[in-house]
Design a protein. Structure first.
Length: 492
């Protein structure tokens, strides 16, 4: 149930109806409140300033009608401009970016301000009365003009003009490719901060809570989940829990998963991660011991996930990586040929990978409140994220000299942040695979420039602390490379 609540919350956040609806309800309550205050405050309570009062009903109706009519017209224009911007961005940068624009709070608040002002004016307008209405009824016989509420409508109209000015600036700024990429890159870095703990904060936590348990809970891992088990055997000692619906896995509620495993006194090994497509029959979890896995336990385990029609960036950092790769791939396509947009994407991927290289992966062993192992999650690693980002991008960058040179420079900038030999090995694999593609896609002087940058990357990876060498001008690098390749006693 918690997974569905989180999924529904994410859908609300990415909708254009929720924030405007809330603001319209608040505006309606404000209108009723100010009308009640007007009914109880004497006419001369604030003096006789002509600016504050619109004492005639006809004038009050004219003011409210003008404000309300203009606001609903501007709201329609704002909605049309927003849809046009969304269509432009999704068509040029990729359809998956539609989620980012739907989450934009500036567009939602702008639309909500105009709708709320319209609702407020309409509710105040209906309270204006001329004297002598209703015959002998004393309530309608008295003229009533809600002066304070009308003054509030004027303030809302002035505020709406300010919001309109903001919106005019916000829309072109929001669809600027540098801002689009920066928004995705910032979200990716934030996601990685949540997924991979900071080593400094982890060290502080260990000092405060004491040393970890022996062997880091590995002694609690069931033997059937170890490396010595033959996975090709026709029978396995654990139960397989399969999906009962189709869609992209958006939410995995680990707390619900741990509680379900604890209630059944089992150990669950996750066989899925957010972002994958599941369908009925696909194995999501392995549960041990199998004799305790009843239909109720299976239902409780499956209830910890939520699926949807599209991927969501909420728990899926790879989705944000894919968005950057998609923008870069489109920019490097022959029809667009924009290597500098691809360079911007690679810069943000470099920032994310350098941040990731200096951190330890999250602990895949999850325990309950009693310290008992309950869930074994799929491990995350720097090499996987490097393949998802630069590995998926290399086929596009390898055929463009500008993008290829910057691709190798990005790998060079990531190297000093690495702390483990396996991370350096992952960077070497990316270098070897990329140069294999570059040597087939480039030739002549372009290939020589890329070869020079590749040698610089190799030197950085071979350095004891992976220090980036001092920059050398591109022309001089190529000259050195050509001179090194010529036989002794010859001239260029």
């Amino acid at each position: 149930m918690r997974a569905y609540v989180q999924q529904y919350y994410q859908r609300i956040v990415a909708s254009y109806w929720f924030v405007p609806s809330i603001m319209a309800v608040v505006a309606a309550l404000l209108a009723f409140l100010l009308i009640e205050i007007d009914a109880r405050v004497p006419l001369d309570a604030f003096g006789e300033s002509p600016f504050f009062y619109a004492t005639q009903p006809d004038g009050a109706r004219a003011i409210l009608s003008a404000i309300g009519g203009s606001m609903i017209g501007v709201a329609g224009t704002v909605f049309s401009v927003t849809m046009a911007a969304v269509v432009f961005a999704s068509g040029n940068y990729g359809p998956r970016l539609l989620t980012n624009f739907m989450n934009d709070r500036g567009n939602q608040i702008t639309l909500g301000v105009f709708v709320a002002t319209f609702v407020y004016c309409m509710l105040v307008l209906r309270s204006v009365r001329d004297g002598g209405e209703g015959g002998d009824n004393d309530f309608y016989a008295v003229m009533f003009v809600p002066n304070i509420a009308i003054f509030g409508a004027i303030l809302l109209a002035i505020g709406s003009i300010g919001v309109l000015i903001f919106f005019i600036h916000h829309v072109p700024s929001n669809i600027h490719i540098s801002n689009v990429v920066a928004g995705i890159g910032t979200g990716l870095c934030r996601q990685l901060d949540d997924t991979f703990p900071d080593p400094d904060s982890e060290a502080t936590d260990r000092e405060a809570t004491g040393p970890d348990e022996p062997d880091h809970l590995l002694w609690q891992v069931p033997a059937c989940f170890g490396d010595e088990v033959d996975e090709t055997s026709p029978t396995v000692p654990y139960a397989e829990v399969v999906a009962d619906r189709s869609g992209y896995l958006q939410i995995i509620d680990r707390e619900t998963l741990i509680k379900a495993a604890r209630a059944a006194d089992i150990v669950v090994r996750m066989n899925c991660r957010t972002g994958i497509f599941v369908h009925p029959g696909r194995v999501l979890f392995h549960a041990w011991p199998s004799e305790r896995v009843t239909d109720e336990v299976r239902a409780a385990l499956v209830s910890s996930i939520a699926c949807g029609n599209q991927r969501s960036p909420h728990q899926d950092p790879v989705f944000l990586v894919d968005e950057l790769v998609e923008i870069a791939g489109r920019a490097l396509s022959p029809g667009v040929n924009d290597p500098y947009t691809a360079i911007t994407c690679m810069d943000w991927l470099t920032s994310a990978m350098a941040r990731l290289a200096g951190r330890e992966p999250a602990d895949p062993l999850l325990v309950d409140a009693d310290g008992r192992l309950r869930v074994i999650a799929l491990p995350d690693s720097f090499a996987e994220y490097l393949e998802f980002s630069f590995g998926h991008l290399r086929q596009y960058a390898a055929t463009d000299m500008i993008a290829a040179e910057h691709y190798l420079e990005c790998l060079e900038q990531i190297a000093p942040a690495t702390r483990r030999p396996g991370d350096i090995a992952a960077l070497r694999r990316q270098h070897d695979a990329f140069m294999g593609l570059a040597r087939r896609g480039l030739a002549g002087a372009a290939l020589e420039v890329v070869e020079a940058r590749a040698e610089r990357l190799v030197a950085t990876l071979d350095h004891p602390v992976h220090r980036v060498p001092y920059p050398v001008p591109a022309g001089e690098r190529v000259e050195r490379l050509v001179a090194a390749r010529q036989p002794a006693g010859t001239t260029a």
